[in-house]
Design a protein. Structure first.
Length: 208
C-alpha cells in the first residue's frame, strides 16, 4: 500500500489531475466526506487528508510514504529528512514581506508578524536586520493595521488580500510552488512503486 498525504483545498484541487494521470482517483470527495483516509481507484494507493503544515511530519515519520506540500511549509519545517523529487508547479505564490502602504522601509529594528517564524528569522538575520518575530496562525495582514507589528511575512498571490487591507508587498523572500516529498525509508523499501509514480507524474508535468 502507498499512502499519500495531501491537504484539502487548493493543493488537493490542483494535485487531482496529476494523480489522475498516474491512475489515482479518490473514491470520496474530501469536501463532502468527513473521512480522513480516502480509498482510490487504485487498490494499492490511499490518500490521507491532513493540514498543509502537517504534511512534512506525516512523511518524515513514515505515516505517509509520500506527500504534497508547499515549499513554504517545507522550508519552515526543515525538510532535510525528506526526498523532494518533483516540483509539481502547483499552488504557485510568493513568500514576501509586506507593510502598510507608505510606511517607512523595513530596516534597523522591526517587529514582524508571521506564521513562518524560522524562515522569517533566517531572512532578517541574513539581511542584518534585528527582527522580533510574533507568531500568528492566520490573518497576518491584520497585524500592521492594529499596531501588533511593523510588517508581515506571508504568501502573496494576486495581491488582493494585501490591497484589501491597505498593505503593500515589499520584498520577495522566495517563489513558492508545491513539491512531491517522499519518506526516505519508503523510497528504498517501496522503490518500484514510488519510482513508477514519480515517473508518471514527471511525464505528465513535461507534457502539460
Ligand atoms: P492553509 O490552511 O495552511 O492556509 P492552504 O491550502 O491555504 O492551507 O495553503 C496550502 C499551500 O498552498 C501553502 O503552503 C502554499 O504553498 C500554497 N498557497 C497558500 N495560499 C496561496 C495562494 N493564495 N495562492 C496560491 N498558493 C497558495
Ligand atoms: C492565503 C495567504 C494570503 C492570501 C494571499 O490565504 O495566507 O492571505 O492567500 O493570496 P492573494 O494575494 O491572492 O490575496 P488563504 O486564501 O489560504 O486563506 P487562509 O489560509 O487564511 O485560510
Ligand atoms: Mg491558506
Amino acid at each position: 500500500m502507498l499512502t499519500i498525504a495531501v491537504s484539502k483545498g487548493r493543493i488537493y484541487d490542483e494535485a487531482l489531475p496529476l494523480l489522475a494521470a498516474a491512475g489515482i482517483t479518490p473514491i470520496d470527495d474530501p469536501q463532502k466526506s468527513r473521512k480522513l483516509i480516502l480509498r482510490t481507484s487504485r487498490d494499492d494507493v490511499q490518500l490521507v487528508i491532513i493540514r498543509a503544515t502537517d504534511v512534512p511530519t506525516f512523511v518524515e515519520y513514515g505515516a505517509a510514504d509520500l506527500g504534497i506540500a508547499g515549499k513554504d511549509v517545507l522550508l519552515e519545517h526543515g525538510a532535510e529528512s525528506l526526498y523532494e523529487p518533483l516540483d509539481l508547479g502547483i499552488a504557485g505564490c510568493r513568500l514576501m514581506t509586506a507593510a502598510r502602504v507608505g510606511s517607512p522601509a523595513i530596516s534597523g529594528r522591526v517587529r514582524v508578524a508571521t506564521k513562518y517564524v524560522k524562515t522569517a528569522q533566517r531572512y532578517f538575520a541574513d539581511l542584518g536586520i534585528q527582527a522580533e518575530i510574533i507568531k500568528l496562525y492566520g490573518s497576518m495582514e491584520l497585524a500592521p493595521l492594529v499596531g501588533l507589528a511593523d510588517c508581515i511575512v506571508d504568501l502573496v498571490d494576486t495581491g488582493n488580500t494585501l490591497k484589501a487591507n491597505g498593505l503593500e508587498a515589499r520584498d520577495l523572500i522566495i517563489n513558492i510552488t508545491s513539491r512531491l516529498v517522499v519518506n526516505k525509508a519508503a523510497m528504498k523499501i517501496k522503490h518500484q512503486a514510488i519510482q513508477t509514480l514519480i515517473d508518471q507524474i514527471e511525464h505528465t508535468l513535461k507534457h502539460r
